[in-house]
Design a protein around this ligand. Structure first.
Ligand SMILES: Cc1cc2nc3c(=O)[nH]c(=O)nc-3n(C[C@H](O)[C@H](O)[C@H](O)COP(=O)(O)OP(=O)(O)OC[C@H]3O[C@@H](n4cnc5c(N)ncnc54)[C@H](O)[C@@H]3O)c2cc1C
Length: 450
């Protein structure tokens, strides 16, 4: 067993290697225009709020003039606009200027959306997914949609997911071999991989009546598990806010333990390290893999994340006068992430496949180094990133011969708005690794233990 110092040294060495393999534009933070825009927004809370409100109304705008009026309207509320914003507002003073500004804003939003969304449909995304695969990057497709409020919408989402499984399984058969992406110590990894949300499979998922939502989602999820098994695809169930966490976890573990799914498909769930009770959730999962789920032929993939609903969980708790269920100091989430990483890796032999989903070099380097120290093969830990946020990192991880999977949202611009806002918020948050990296924080500090 390694001493604490040598593990720390290994984490730093791994982090430095990953960092050196990043494109120079990321290492030198005065980078692309996108990054500069995000950096500007992250320094100014008022500007950030105005831009988010703007991004929210874009799908509803009917003309360039309309778009520009909204943009200048939101920006006009700023007490002290940055110089570049003041120029844009002057342009918005007349009709010609407004059309030009509107066109620029529309192009900017579209450009941003394309950065995070790979195509309007799975079929349209295939070219990008294949290119990623050729570059040594696997993918998981996520179908964006609006919140499901009717049974028809839930049915439509399930049908789109089933179709996506067919499309992906069909197309990926002809992809070139990439051994690092297709096998680990536990066996074959499907090329086709789809991530789904239970809240989109039922309109009835409510914290006050969890059984109703679970029952309603169960049939649709069963159908997708069957389809994934027939097509040899992997089905991953995302985790959302805490009010649905227990229902989603129970649903997934109950369905996967059914006899029908004894031999497949390959499937997985998500563990959120920002939740203070996440170690107990992992206990539940490990209890399942050695109990009700032990007869399954396939390991359960656990994707470890920090959690995407931090602000929501805080606001919800404050409104109800509850203690927040999430850590309130970022380093606590980071530390818990590392503790859960170690427990997951220690339990690989116990029916677990480990996927570390993060853009934080320290969190990733810690997982890789800890795995190596414990005698694990690199193939037994998968790194996952989000399209648009982890693009440079995915190539750097792939260049080390490690398996990396990029989560690729698919959908139209309107469906993508909520997703886009969540990603932008995350990227401009004060408490974010990517924001620190963009600000030019020194590598030694970025890699320091939380
Ligand atoms: C492939 C992939 C799939 C994902 N799937 C899901 C999913 O199913 N469900 C889900 O919820 N999220 C999911 N996420 C998002 C993930 O939870 C994180 O929001 C995101 O990855 C940012 O974390 P980081 O480790 O990359 O960055 P970091 O900058 O290291 O961490 C940022 C995160 O720290 C936490 N944080 C921020 N401020 C504080 C604070 N003051 N106190 C405590 N904690 C704080 C938040 O969780 C925040 O997102 C996924 C991410 C990836 C890469």
């Amino acid at each position: 067993m390694a001493t604490a110092t040598t593990l720390e040294e290994a984490i730093f060495a791994t982090g430095r290697q990953l960092h050196e393999a990043l494109p120079s534009s990321v290492r030198n933070p005065i980078a692309a225009a996108d990054e500069r825009a995000m950096a500007l927004a992250s320094q100014d809370a008022e500007l950030k709020a105005a831009l988010f409100r703007f991004v929210d109304v874009v799908p509803a705008c009917r003309s360039l003039d309309d778009l520009s009026r909204h943009l200048t309207g939101f920006l006009g509320e700023l007490e002290t606009p940055p110089a570049s914003v003041a120029v844009a507002m002057k342009m918005g003073n007349n009709r010609a200027g407004r059309a030009a500004l509107g066109a620029a804003a529309a192009a900017g939003v579209r450009h941003m959306a394309h950065r995070f969304i790979v195509g309007e449909s799975p079929q349209a995304a295939l070219g990008t997914l294949r290119e990623l695969w050729k570059d040594g990057v696997a993918s998981s497709v996520d179908l964006l949609g609006e919140a499901t409020v009717t049974q028809d919408e839930a049915q439509r989402y399930a049908a789109r997911c089933a179709e996506a499984l067919d499309t992906l399984a069909g197309a990926t058969r002809n992809w070139p071999e990439r051994p690092a992406l297709e096998h680990d110590g536990a066996g074959v990894l499907p090329r086709a991989n789809l991530s789904v949300k239970v809240s989109a499979l039922t309109p009835l998922l409510r914290p006050d009546a969890p059984e109703r939502g679970k029952r309603d989602a169960a049939d649709r999820l069963r159908g997708l598990l069957r389809r994934a098994r027939e097509r040899g695809a992997h089905l991953h169930i995302d985790m959302e806010s805490l009010d649905s966490r227990d229902a989603v976890l129970e649903l997934v573990l109950e369905l996967l333990a059914e006899d029908e799914f004894r031999d497949g498909p390959s499937a997985g769930m998500v563990l959120q390290a920002y939740l203070r009770d996440s170690p107990q959730t992992l206990d539940t999962v490990l209890h399942w893999t050695s109990g009700a789920g032990a007869h399954r032929g396939q390991p359960l993939t656990v994707r470890l994340v920090k959690g995407a609903y931090w602000d929501h969980e805080i606001v919800e708790a404050v409104q109800h006068g509850w203690t927040p269920p999430v850590f309130q100091v970022k380093a606590d989430s980071d530390r818990n992430f590392e503790e859960l990483t170690r427990r997951l890796l220690d339990n690989r032999a116990n029916g677990i496949r480990v996927a570390i989903a993060s853009h934080n070099l320290r969190s990733i380097a810690h997982a890789i180094a800890y795995n190596r120290h414990g005698g694990g093969a690199d193939a037994d830990v998968e790194i996952q990133v989000l399209r648009g946020l982890g693009d440079p990192l995915q190539h750097s991880v792939a260049a080390q011969g490690l398996r990396v999977r990029t989560y690729c949202p698919v959908g139209d611009l309107v469906a993508g708005m909520a997703y886009l806002v969540r990603r932008l918020l995350e990227n401009t948050s004060n408490d974010s690794f990517l924001a620190d990296q963009a600000k030019g924080v020194a590598l030694e500090d970025l890699l320091a233990a939380p």
